[in-house]
Design a protein around this ligand. Structure first.
Ligand code: MRU
Length: 358
């Protein structure tokens, strides 16, 4: 049941969670750790604030952290006090490295930062570099909006009115811009008057499904039901699910996909029930440097996120040993299709991905 407070907050959510401030001196983010109880926007203007915001998941979701890192690098570039282009570029590279180290799994972070550094590296003076950085960060954001809309359109061809879709974590507008990736087809369906029923995994331990996906879908009037991660099999057995739609943080050249921890077990369960499992994301999430999922670095996060962070009292004895990988790898053979802005990729993914010529 929605509380008035939650509805009021979801109504205020913008379509996207990252923007440059009007004076272009800070990056403004919706602090996603405050949702669904408070709508808080924060302005970040120093490297340490930016790194902290990414690490603490104030800004999160693979494309959103890429956009945020690009804006951040532009702001930090503006604070570099030298007219010497070599010195400027070496200080810029240090900022880029610090931002890049804040989270390891989502390739969008390094992809956006590399695009920014490439743009600056081509310039012969600091003024030109600042101009190129500004153009590039706005372009990265604009491209994401276009890509998400295209993904939504392609993904919608996989659904029909009355379908039940299960999703994991949050791959909506907060994690990207505008439509999101996995939530894109559902939001687009709603706009077109096509009713889809969504089951949102709560997504332990950080509850992105409960806190963010439910908030976003309620805001758009989508029929969403929250379940605990452990309930997915039972809901599938009851015949309520026609498709799984999830986002991705990095896709290897063979289609193995890193996404929020719990995605893998959802895919195995879907396979058992013969339910199609769709991964949705921009082609910038495909990392041709990773041949298989085994090469993807999985971020490990603090134990306290499992037993303490969201609870008023500890939920396990103090000093309990924990293992908290933030992502897992879903094997390519569990994935029915990968939906990108350039169309729907079908197995065998090694061939269909190679055909993109990335
Ligand atoms: O740790 P998070 O919340 O950043 O993890 C996010 C996910 O796993 C999303 O599914 C993924 O980034 C896709 S967002 C469009």
């Amino acid at each position: 049941m929605n509380t008035g407070q939650q509805l009021a907050i979801s109504d205020r959510l913008p379509r996207g969670s990252v923007n440059l401030s009007a004076d272009e001196k800070s990056v403004i983010i919706v602090d996603q750790t405050e949702l669904p109880n408070r709508f808080v926007e924060i302005a970040l203007s120093t490297e340490s604030e930016m790194v902290e915001a990414i690490y603490q998941l104030r800004v999160r979701g693979a494309p959103a952290i890429g956009i945020m890192a690009a804006y951040s690098l532009f702001i930090l570039a503006g604070n570099i006090k030298t007219a010497d282009i070599s010195l400027f570029l070496s200080q810029l590279a240090k900022h880029a490295a610090a931002l890049n180290a804040s989270r390891p799994t989502a390739v969008n972070l390094s992809f956006a930062l590399s695009k920014m550094m490439n743009a600056a590296n081509k310039c012969e003076n600091v003024g030109a570099a600042l101009h190129a950085l500004k153009e590039t960060c706005y372009a990265i954001h604009a491209e994401d909006i276009t890509m998400c809309r295209a993904i939504a359109g392609h993904g919608l061809t996989l659904l029909k009115a009355g379908d039940g879709v299960i999703t994991h974590c949050n791959a909506g507008p907060l994690a990207t811009s505008q439509y999101g990736t996995a939530l894109g087809p559902i939001l687009l369906a709603k706009e077109q008057g096509i009713e889809i029923k969504v089951f949102a995994d709560e997504t332990r331990p950080l509850l992105q499904g409960a806190r963010l996906t439910c908030c976003e879908l309620q805001r758009s009037g989508v029929d969403v039901t929250l379940i605990c991660d452990s309930m997915a099999a039972s809901v599938m057995r009851q015949g309520k699910i026609s498709a799984c739609m999830v986002g991705c943080d990095r896709v290897a050249a063979n289609g193995d996909t890193a996404n929020k921890i719990g995605t893998y077990s959802l895919a195995i369960t879907a396979k058992y029930f013969g339910i199609p499992f769709y991964v949705l994301g921009p082609t910038s999430t495909i990392d041709m440097n990773c041949k298989t999922g085994d090469e993807i670095v999985i971020e490990e996060r603090p134990a306290t996120e499992i037993w303490q962070k969201w609870y008023s009292e500890p939920m396990a004895p103090a000093e309990t040993q924990c293992f908290n990988p933030a992502f897992d790898i879903t094997d390519h053979f569990l994935i029915s299709a990968i939906v990108t802005e350039r169309g729907i990729l079908h197995p065998p993914f090694k061939e269909s991905i190679a055909g993109l010529n990335l």
